[in-house]
Design a protein around this ligand. Structure first.
Ligand SMILES: N[C@@H](CCC(=O)N[C@@H](CS)C(=O)NCC(=O)O)C(=O)O
Length: 420
């Protein structure tokens, strides 16, 4: 791996023991970034020591661009100088090295639900997150300050606000491609208000999405909700005033409010605070592979909006591969045209994003890894979800994608399949 080689060269005069001594993980990102939030929240809950590195302009151009190939956060630098990009790859990398406590449940239904929740959070919560970040001029002084502080921390606060646009311009420019327009804005708000209500109902009954212990879905929801919808002034005010339970959960997930968890309660013994002991039925995933009833409205809501987009992306990508991709040139552009999507009563155009397929594969690959009995347990649960079977048991072999050196490529196997 290039990153390793670069790391070795930098430390060529030091022994391996010296090289690793004292190094901890570095998470390069920033407070305004939801995917940084996802990884940060994971690291905090796993109690993995890490250093927070702000993605300044210097770090972007001097480290991220040359190491990763393009400017994106979060990026993880491991103690051995491996450099990993993409929150899903970062967490998978860390899970291999820090497996306990696992964030993927053992039970097949819960396993699928955890992966599905990660997909829905990463790829669909973008909609309210991006709408609420950019739709309200009242939020802009805060947003400018935050971006300015991240990219140029040494500048005066006033200059930070002035230079901020060079950090956020590209993100604001993504709105039309996401289908976030004046037409869809009110529907996105309606949908988010409903989702806040559904999540609040759930967290009123359970500490986490699948019971008493966080799964990968919690970190994905936690990060996505925290960076924009909790921290930015307008959606933050809305959440705190209308969904305080969700707001406290979000703070808890991001390490701000550890005591918000009902499992972390102290009583007095001999006059001193002592943590109450809870048996594993309270601090583990729900028993018997159960999916909490209160999670179903959340899954149904998000699946009914996002599954049609995934299904259309699949068809469009298959078509794109057939017409544009050769075995010598498998690299994919970030977007491959546009398609229509519907939210509430409104239909709008949106870019087709092949990366959605890569995240979707995380779900289908998990399903394919299950035994026959496990699959049938999942199948009977899936029948209660809109497009449940179509998404979880989908055959993506004709449009399989792979991340190669941090860029999305058509997987060689699907290239062969698509020409059949
Ligand atoms: N799928 C990626 C998404 C990362 C991402 O979109 N990061 C944003 C900041 S939160 C970014 O830097 N985007 C730059 C770009 O899309 O060009 C992940 O999970 O890490």
């Amino acid at each position: 791996m290039t990153a390793r080689l670069v790391g070795r060269r930098l430390f060529a005069t030091r022994s391996v023991a010296e090289e690793f001594k004292g190094n901890m993980y570095q998470l390069i990102g920033g407070e305004p970034s939801p995917y940084t939030g996802k990884v940060r929240s994971y690291l905090i809950h796993k109690k993995i020591k890490f250093e927070r590195v702000q993605a300044t302009l210097e770090i972007y151009s001097g480290f991220i661009k040359p190491q990763v190939g393009w400017t994106v956060i979060p990026v993880l630098v491991a103690p051995n100088r491996d450099v990993i990009q993409d929150s899903t790859d970062i967490i998978n990398y860390l899970e291999k090295r820090h497996p306990e406590p696992s964030i993927i449940p053992e039970g097949p239904r819960q396993k699928i639900a955890a992966k599905l929740l990660e997909l829905l959070a990463d790829e669909w919560l973008v909609q309210p997150a991006m709408h609420y970040r950019w739709a309200f001029p009242e939020s802009m002084p805060f947003i400018k300050q935050e971006f300015g502080r991240m990219i140029m921390p040494k500048e005066s606060h006033e200059s930070q606000r002035h230079i901020a646009e060079s950090g956020y311009g590209k993100f604001k420019g993504m709105l039309p491609g996401l289908g976030i327009t004046e037409k869809t804005g009110p529907e996105i708000e309606r949908s988010w208000k409903r989702l806040m209500y559904e999540l609040s109902e759930h967290f009123d009954k359970h500490p986490y999405l699948l019971g008493g212990r966080p799964c990968i879905g919690d970190f994905a929801f936690g990060g996505m909700i925290y960076a924009h919808l909790f921290r930015d002034p307008v959606p933050g005010f809305l959440m705190k005033t209308t969904a305080p339970v969700l707001s406290a959960w979000c703070e808890h997930m991001n390490g701000i409010l550890p005591e918000a968890n009902r499992n972390n309660i102290h009583t007095l013994e001999n006059g001193f605070p002592v943590r109450e002991n809870h048996d594993s039925s309270v601090t583990d995933f729900c028993e018997n592979d159960e999916i909490p009833e209160s999670l179903m409205p959340i899954l149904k809501h998000m699946m009914s909006e996002f599954a049609p987009i995934l299904l259309s992306t699949k068809i469009n990508l298959m078509d794109y591969i057939k017409n544009n991709v050769t075995s010598e040139n498998r690299k994919l552009p970030r977007l491959i045209g546009t398609h229509q999507y519907t939210i509430g009563d409104v239909t709008e155009s949106r870019s087709i994003n092949p990366f959605n397929i890569w995240m979707w594969q995380q779900v289908t690959d998990t399903y394919q890894s299950l035994s026959k009995d496990e699959k049938s347990s999942v199948d009977s649960w899936l029948s209660s979800l809109p497009h449940g079977q179509d998404i979880v048991a989908a055959d993506l072999s004709h449009c399989r994608v792979a991340r190669e050196k941090n860029f999305l490529h058509v997987d060689p196997s699907s290239f062969t399949m698509s020409k059949l």
